[in-house]
Design a protein around this ligand. Structure first.
Ligand code: SAH
Ligand code: F3S
Length: 482
């Protein structure tokens, strides 16, 4: 159901091409958001230079790394269970070393080494370049930890290797960290302050993907619309930049315009957009370029201005709805998706009704919906009692999900009878006689394999039918994007 945290990918282990001469075996698996999956590719790439090839067989691993998520309590519990399983294997293979990476490592720091006896190494999201040193410590029998957050690190100089991908779509990270301080959210604590990556290293990475046949890139960040490159450094320090730096700075609308112009036969997506940082310039650039997909993930969390304020979301219900109205005015065919939290502290029945009515107004194609989970250290945890009973949270969540499903079906149906451009990604999961891909609006499209079409081709598909989330049709020819 979730896209940001793709359930079917949780715990997926990563296998990369084997480097000759490497004798040690690395098992690396990832939980949480797409950024974690991208970071694991960076980690595997760093360790390939340290003598490690990846394996999918946990039993034979010399080093086991788990890239963790702290966003909700459930995410942390999943990782703890996984650590128990590693422990069982460590009993058979005592030489195996275990390292915890990512947000839980950053949140729990050395507590991890104390609480979880099997953990040998704890590495936060900005410290992966220190892995070779940390591994030396571990090999010499000491526990190793680096959870220092950085002002500059964007891993722009490390080429991630992506072999278990479909070879057609890839993620390229453009910002790290988040400065927004939403009161419920642990990310600013675990991933540090916001910084942007050098546009040149972004375009170089995209060019390398293009060379290898990739056709779609999703620009990735906790808050992509806030992207701002002025020569490096934290977003919050931009005010202190020189006049020259300010005059030559690149913002998100410019970056998007740049990549869409430079790679006209490649399709672009981006995630995640924050309502308060999403400006009309970005929408205008989207409208200008056919190769920027007409889909925006625009989390809102609540439809009540009072709750939005308590969440420190920096916009009201009305401002969000005005943004959405403007988006539909400029790009009528756009699809939108939301993140929503049910049962934030103090949420009343009236606030909840405001959420439902905002959803009806915005007509989201997709949604990612959660019950509020108190996270230690956040402002909400410190200042507000988690006062909505679990049954109430869950009932409200169910109402939100039911409304979203009803809307999603209506939104999907709008494509029936239309011809849509689809980038073929892979064989359909349900049938090896069908191709599967997505249209510009991010809806999955399946159609029978006819002609010579193959993954990586842009094809026009006439839609004849749909389920609540999938369009079904027939290919009618190549599109102009090829
Ligand atoms: N800007 C980020 C947001 C990451 S968190 C991004 O790139 O998507 C993803 C979603 O998890 C949030 O939008 C929010 O809906 C949900 N979430 C975050 N903290 C939460 C909490 N404490 N309880 C429940 N849901 C939460
Ligand atoms: Fe979290 Fe809000 Fe940033 S949800 S990642 S603090 S935009």
């Amino acid at each position: 159901m979730e896209k940001i945290i793709e359930e079917n990918k949780q715990g997926e282990s990563l296998v990369l091409e084997q480097k000759d001469g490497n004798s040690k075996k690395l098992f690396i698996e990832s939980y949480g958001c797409q950024m974690n999956f991208s970071d694991s590719e960076i980690v595997a790439s760093i360790l390939a230079n340290e003598g490690y090839n990846t394996t999918q067989n946990l039993e034979e691993a010399d080093l086991v790394l788990v890239n963790t998520c702290s966003i909700r309590d459930k995410a942390e519990q999943t990782v703890r269970k996984r650590l128990d399983q590693y422990n069982a294997i460590k009993k058979i293979n005592p030489g195996m070393k275990v390292g915890v990476l990512g947000c839980m490592a950053e949140r729990l720091k050395s507590k991890f080494l104390e609480e979880e006896k099997i953990v040998d190494m704890v590495v936060g999201p900005d410290a992966y370049k220190d892995l070779p040193n940390l591994l030396k410590e571990v090999e010499e029998g000491r526990d190793a930890i680096n959870v220092i957050l950085s002002k500059e690190e964007t891993y722009g100089d490390i080429a991630p290797v992506r072999l278990n991908s479909n070879g057609v779509t890839a993620f390229v990270s453009i910002t790290r960290g988040c400065d927004n301080m939403c009161t419920f959210c642990v990310v600013p604590f675990t991933r540090g302050r916001e910084r942007s990556r050098d546009p040149q290293s972004i375009t170089e990475e995209i060019a390398a993907l293009w060379e290898r046949g990739f056709k779609e890139v999703t620009l990735l960040g906790q808050n992509v619309d806030s992207y701002l490159w002025y020569g490096g450094g934290l977003k919050k320090d931009f005010e202190k930049a020189s006049e020259m730096q300010k005059a030559t700075a690149v913002d998100f609308a410019q970056l998007l315009d740049m990549v869409a112009t430079q790679f006209p036969k490649m399709r672009f997506r981006f995630s995640t957009s924050n309502p308060q940082d999403m400006h009309l310039e970005v929408i205008e650039v989207m409208a200008k370029h056919h190769n920027i997909c007409k889909y925006i993930h625009l989390p809102v969390q609540s439809g009540s201005t009072r709750v939005l304020e308590a969440m420190n979301r920096q916009h009201t219900r009305e401002e969000y709805m005005e943004l959405v109205n403007n988006i539909y005015r400029i790009i009528p065919e756009i699809s939108l998706s939301q993140d929503m939290i049910a049962g934030f502290p103090t949420e009343t029945e009236e606030d909840h009704q405001d959420t439902l009515s905002l959803m009806e107004h915005c007509k989201y194609d997709f949604g990612f919906m959660f019950a509020y989970s108190e996270r230690p250290g956040t402002l909400a945890a410190r200042k507000l009692e988690d006062d909505i009973p679990a049954e109430v949270k869950n009932r409200r969540l169910t109402e939100i999900i039911n409304l979203q499903q009803k809307m999603a079906f209506e939104r999907t149906q709008r494509f029936v009878g239309q011809t849509v451009e689809v980038l073929i990604e892979k064989e359909s999961k349900r049938s090896n006689e069908h191709w599967s891909g997505r249209n510009s609006q991010n809806t999955t499209v399946v159609f029978p394999k006819e002609g010579n079409y193959k993954p990586g081709d842009f094809v026009n598909v006439k839609i004849s039918n749909c389920t609540s989330a999938t369009l079904i049709g027939d290919a009618v020819g190549y599109s102009d994007m090829n």
